[in-house]
Design a protein around this ligand. Structure first.
Ligand SMILES: [Zn+2]
Length: 369
């Protein structure tokens, strides 16, 4: 509400040609004075830290917007801040460290809310610096802590791996291993699809529709939990086993996708790649992304011949140059491995954003033709 009140003040001032309302004024008007009105008296019940935080968040949103207008920001255009609706399924507040003392019994004290009993997903490696409390669409609360950690360097190993988004499995490694999502996750996804179909058949505005929506939201949360869990386990394992990890980067910036069949798990893929990236940094491993424009599925990983695009149903092919028989996914992963090594050797461990970056093909690809 503080966000909306303050945003309205700024928008109205702007429409009336008045100067930009400063945060100090907003704080006085919308927090200190508003508490004395009947309509906003409940603000006094809310932790002051939270109220000030929503004001700071609004300022940050405005700054991003202004920078975007002035062209100071790279990438996507940022729109002007919008009103927050009570119907927003996800609601969150951010607190800084003195607002949430951690108790010895594992509970977290949140100012003006009280002690929260917490199911910890993992131990905090150090004292947190801030906390975000999120309420999801099925009414559950999540706490996420920001913790500054020292890297935890793992002993060196020989192996290196490329991880490619598979067609027939979730991921394929350059050594030929395939990682598939566990059955409990697939089952939960299937159930979600069924519940979504049921929801779409319920009459608009009916009680049954509302009930079905809650069921979908709950199942959604369950699927998200299980998927995150699976991504964590798989990424930790890959980082432990390999000194260097290369991945195919599927990041797109509104461009049309060429590999449609793979887009099914793209959302999950970028989260998974993000985990590999931060875990590599945390454990002292080499990590590089291979541009998605790199034709990983067209090149023969045995001789380097570029065999041309393959329709998606082609799972296996024979190289016209050297006669090697390839599993499509495994071959692609091996190409990502050699391209990743080339990128790191060329001192470009930090690959530029896929958008607008020139297409870099491997040396092997160029010799073929
Ligand atoms: Zn070949």
């Amino acid at each position: 509400m503080v966000w909306n009140d303050c945003l309205r003040d700024r928008k109205e001032a702007h429409a009336a040609g008045l100067p930009y309302v400063t945060s100090a004024e907003l704080s006085r008007l919308r927090i200190t004075q508003a508490k004395r009105t009947e309509e906003r008296a409940w603000l006094a019940e809310v932790s002051a830290v939270v109220l000030q935080q929503s004001l700071r968040d609004l300022d940050a949103a405005y700054k991003n917007f202004f920078d975007s207008v002035k062209g100071k920001r790279q990438g996507r255009k940022v729109g002007s801040p919008r009103y927050k609706s009570k119907k927003d399924t996800r609601q969150s507040i951010r607190l800084n460290t003195n607002a949430f003392p951690l108790q010895d019994d594992g509970t977290v004290y949140v100012a003006k809310v009280g002690n929260l009993k917490v199911t910890w997903s993992r131990r905090l490696p150090a004292a947190p610096t801030s906390l975000t409390v999120t309420k999801d669409s099925s009414g559950r609360y999540f706490l996420s802590f920001v913790v500054d950690t020292e890297p935890d360097i793992l002993p060196e190993v020989e192996a290196e791996a490329a991880v490619d988004l598979g067609l027939s499995a979730f991921a394929v490694l350059s050594d030929g291993r395939k990682i598939d999502s566990p059955r409990f996750l697939r089952r939960a996804e299937k159930k979600l699809k069924r519940l979504q179909r049921e929801l779409s058949r319920k009459a608009k505005g009916s009680k049954n529709r509302a009930k079905a929506r809650v069921r979908v939201a709950r199942q959604h949360a369950k699927v998200a939990d299980r998927r995150r869990d699976f991504h964590h386990k798989a990424s930790t394992q890959i980082i432990r086993d390999n000194q260097a990890v290369y991945v195919e980067d599927l990041a797109v910036c509104g461009l049309a996708r060429t590999r449609l069949a793979k887009s099914v798990h793209d959302a999950g893929w970028s989260t998974f790649v993000g985990m590999l990236e931060y875990k590599a940094a945390l454990h002292g491993r080499t990590f590089a992304k291979v541009d998605r424009a790199f034709p990983s599925s067209q090149i023969c990983s045995a001789c380097g011949f570029r065999d041309g695009p393959k329709p998606l149903h082609v799972r296996q092919w024979t190289c016209r140059e050297c006669g090697a028989v390839h599993d499509r996914d495994h071959n692609a992963a091996r190409n990502v491995l050699s391209e990743g090594r080339r990128i790191v050797a060329a001192g470009r461990a930090e690959t530029p954003n896929a958008c607008g970056a020139p297409v870099k093909t491997g040396t092997r690809a160029r010799t073929a033709r």
